[in-house]
Design a protein around this ligand. Structure first.
Ligand code: ADP
Ligand code: MG
Length: 478
């Protein structure tokens, strides 16, 4: 005989299947496993937090109705979320229906480690007061999913990653103090910073770790001045064993906060505590920061993160899909990794948009959908640049009909346009000289080589020509 909970869930699925598109059903409902039915509460297992949030956001009404229909007005649904094994099992997350606008996750960036906004009401203790020598419990503000396991290693991050790992093994005891991680936005600084914090907590459960965004730090300081408890503020920060401060460039121009941070920094450093700092620039380029602070940033190690190469980008996407429990065809993953070279965040954003597009418009995730989505939704992506495309830009620029490039003519302006097209084809495509020649008026590779040299030479020596070349180049990569 079928177990009751399996049957109940199957009945629910039958209703759901009739009400949503097949593709959405496959993506969001097939992976769900019913686990138990107790006291009119049905527990279902979902592959990830993301999955759960998606269901709550898009299918809550349908789920509520279905559960009511199957289990009566008191029927409830609970989710159990599969987590990576090393994060430990999670208890089922209880959501009863009918629910209010329940939000499962608390945004880690909203909660403050010290709630300075609570004011000084009598029955709420001052959060800064340290009771005797006992350590107060500090909310670390770390995001579980930003772990080392989820941080894919590549040439692009090798130094920063291994320094981060070393720090987590031995906080405050390596030469990497402070550890400063820098890169343009979206390349993994925040992720790596959290990973270090999480790993310290795994290795040393008694150490007090705090992740704080620089803006939070600034606001807390301003608030402490307003409440006249700067000393408590400083004492609190001086208690931390591993202080992770994210996006330190925001301290620029904030002299008072820099002053306080300088003291906190010195105290922690002198007491052998670890500092991890991230910034969008290397220390030498950080403007608006006091020299004495900058010089301290240089005491330890500064390591940068770069844009991951193609293979690493593919691995990052796969890892993300794996932890979200979603399947996407391999060619689509390759396409996304190939098309988006601006930042990891953009690439992940494109993946999420694609999943959303497919679900909301009831289309399966195919290459076509991926192409449309990339064209429409993703800014700053590099198009695939073809020789044809370059010829078109060049001819448009010089006001020539495109067929002239292929014609057997020796007119000066045509010859030069052809040479320019060859030069940029060499620069922007992976085509061989022979292929470029073939497509630009059926010339041989020696002609292309000669063209490339001639144009490079002109760019070097002729200022006006250089101006043209820069403009064409811009149009090509636009
Ligand atoms: P930054 O702080 O540099 O702006 P984030 O740390 O916020 O960048 O990274 C942006 C997104 O890219 C995050 O979702 C992060 O998990 C992901 N990411 C970046 N680098 C990697 C990597 N090497 N492996 C896995 N995910 C990464
Ligand atoms: Mg960041």
């Amino acid at each position: 005989m079928k177990r009751k909970y399996v049957e109940v869930w199957e009945n629910c699925l039958n209703v759901i299947r009739d009400n949503i598109h097949m593709q959405s059903f496959k993506t969001w409902f097939e992976p769900i496993v019913p686990i138990k039915l107790e006291n009119n509460v049905l527990t279902i297992q979902v592959p990830s937090q993301f999955f759960y949030e998606w269901l709550e956001e898009h299918y809550i009404v349908l789920l509520r109705k279905t559960i009511k229909k199957e289990l009566g007005p008191d029927g409830r649904l609970e989710y159990s979320i599969i987590m990576d094994s090393h994060n430990g099992p999670t208890g089922p997350l209880s959501i009863s229906y009918p629910t209010s606008n329940h939000k499962a996750t608390k945004n880690p960036y909203v909660s403050m480690p010290l709630d300075l906004n609570r004011g000084t009401s009598k029955d709420i203790p001052n959060p800064f007061i340290i009771p005797g020598l006992k350590k107060i419990k500090v909310e670390s503000q770390l995001v579980e999913s930003y772990s080392f396991d989820n941080f894919i290693e590549g040439e692009c991050n090798r130094l920063a990653r291994s320094a981060g790992w070393a720090v987590a093994e031995n906080p405050g005891k390596t030469a990497f103090n402070p550890l400063l991680i820098f890169s343009p936005t979206g390349l993994g600084k925040t992720h790596l910073a959290h990973a270090i914090g999480l790993q310290v907590k795994t290795n040393f459960p008694d150490k007090t770790v705090l992740y704080v965004q620089t803006e939070q730090f600034i606001n807390q300081y301003i608030e402490s001045v307003r409440n006249n408890n700067q000393n408590d503020f400083v004492h609190f920060y001086q208690m931390i064993d591993v202080l992770i401060i994210d996006d330190v460039q925001f301290l620029a121009g904030k002299e008072k906060t820099q002053d306080i941070f300088f003291h906190v920094f010195n105290h922690l450093h002198q007491s052998g505590k670890q500092l991890v700092i991230t910034s969008d620039k290397p220390p030498v380029e950080l403007k608006g920061l006091e020299p004495r602070l900058l010089s301290r940033f240089k005491w330890g190690l500064s390591a940068d993160l770069q844009m991951p190469d193609l293979d690493t980008r593919v691995s990052i996407l796969r890892r993300k899909l794996y932890s979200d429990g979603i399947t996407v065809p391999g060619d689509v993953i390759d396409y996304l990794a190939n098309s988006i070279t601006s930042s990891v965040r953009e690439m992940e954003g494109a993946l999420i948009s694609l999943i959303a597009q497919s679900s909301l418009n009831k289309k399966s995730i195919t290459m076509d959908l991926a192409r449309q989505m990339i064209d429409k939704f993703v800014k700053n992506t590099t198009k695939e640049i073809s020789i044809d495309y370059i010829q078109k830009i060049v001819c448009d620029y010089f006001g020539l009909p495109i067929d002239q490039i292929h014609a057997k003519t020796r007119k000066r302006e045509v010859v030069q346009a052809r040479q320019v097209a060859m030069y940029f084809s060499k620069k922007h495509t992976k085509s061989s000289l022979a292929t470029i020649g073939l497509q630009c008026g059926n010339k041989d590779h020696a002609t292309v080589l000669h063209a490339c040299k001639t144009i490079a030479n002109l760019i070097d020596t002729d200022k006006q020509f250089r101006g043209y070349a820069i403009e064409i180049d811009k149009k090509i990569i636009q």
